[in-house]
Design a protein around this ligand. Structure first.
Ligand SMILES: NC(=O)c1ccc[n+]([C@@H]2O[C@H](COP(=O)([O-])OP(=O)(O)OC[C@H]3O[C@@H](n4cnc5c(N)ncnc54)[C@H](OP(=O)(O)O)[C@@H]3O)[C@@H](O)[C@H]2O)c1
Length: 243
């Protein structure tokens, strides 16, 4: 059984990625989520509706012990299963000006995006190397590429994943493993639900927020065999804000 794991797959961009991979590939979809079981179940149903199989895996990507335990138990129960695609998508924001930013808001954002990338990817990396094939796709952000005021924590977390993407890509390229990052601008999800879309859209040359499905299409391509010669790239998908 060949599998694709999507962290933060219950809602938003992650959910769209699960559905797109279900439609475009023959992977068994592993849908990770943290707390929203109802949304995760909805995503699983849509994966099935798209003709694929899948299952839910509940863990906090930022909790190293939990990641090891849950993934370890899953791998033990499915010894033949090979995870070929890892989409490190789980992420949170805790926005605020740096001068007022609490240690907790700093740490939580770094822990979810950056340590989440480490915890999940390191569990699988030796298996991918032995298998001599893999696709690792990291969800970063325009904030991690250009920096966004009010998001010093988030920009730092995503910027660190940008650098990790470039470094790891060079380590594993010989074994047919690609490592890329996708950097969205404003995408319509719960994360951007409270933003003033009318005002912010003025910054976007395309004059609209993006759809989660548009990001999922890009991820699905990077996860496919067709994208084998693209690695170490940070691909912007932001309606022209920045590149
Ligand atoms: N929306 C945008 O405009 C935008 C722009 C640039 C980058 N991004 C990035 O794209 C990714 C997805 O964003 P989104 O807009 O789809 O966010 P979202 O709608 O807030 O969904 C977040 C997803 O991540 C999961 N999650 C959060 N913390 C987690 C943790 N510690 N462990 C496991 N899962 C966790 C949530 O699970 P539960 O359902 O269980 O809570 C949910 O499935 C993030 O990395 C975000 O930084 C988003």
């Amino acid at each position: 059984m060949k599998c694709a794991l999507v962290t933060g797959g219950s809602r938003g961009i992650g959910s769209a990625i699960c559905q797109k991979l279900a439609a475009d590939s023959s992977y068994h979809i592993l849908i990770n989520y943290q707390s929203n079981l109802e949304a995760a179940e909805e995503t699983l149903q849509k994966v099935i509706d798209n003709g694929a199989t899948g299952e839910l895996l509940k863990f906090d990507v930022g909790n190293a012990d939990e990641v090891k335990t849950v993934l370890g138990q899953w791998q033990e129960a499915n010894p033949e299963a090979i995870v070929e695609v890892i989409v490190n998508n789980a992420g949170i924001t805790r926005d605020g000006l740096f001068m007022w930013m609490s240690q907790e808001d700093w740490s939580q954002v770094i822990n979810t995006s950056l340590n989440g990338f480490y915890n999940v990817t390191s569990f699988f990396i030796q298996k991918l190397l032995r298998n001599k094939y893999g696709r690792i796709i990291n969800m970063v952000s325009v904030s991690g590429v250009k920096g966004t005021p009010g998001q010093t924590n988030y920009s730092a977390a995503k910027g660190a994943v940008v650098a990790a993407t470039k470094a790891l890509a060079q380590e594993v390229a010989k074994r047919n493993i690609t490592v890329n990052a996708v950097a969205p601008g404003f995408i319509k999800t719960d994360m951007t639900g409270d933003l003033d879309e009318k005002e912010l859209v003025k910054m976007v040359p395309a004059n609209r927020f993006g759809e989660a499905e548009e990001v999922a299409d890009l991820v699905s391509f990077l996860a496919s065999k067709k994208a084998g010669y693209i690695t170490g790239e940070i691909i912007n998908i932001n309606g022209g804000i920045y590149s």
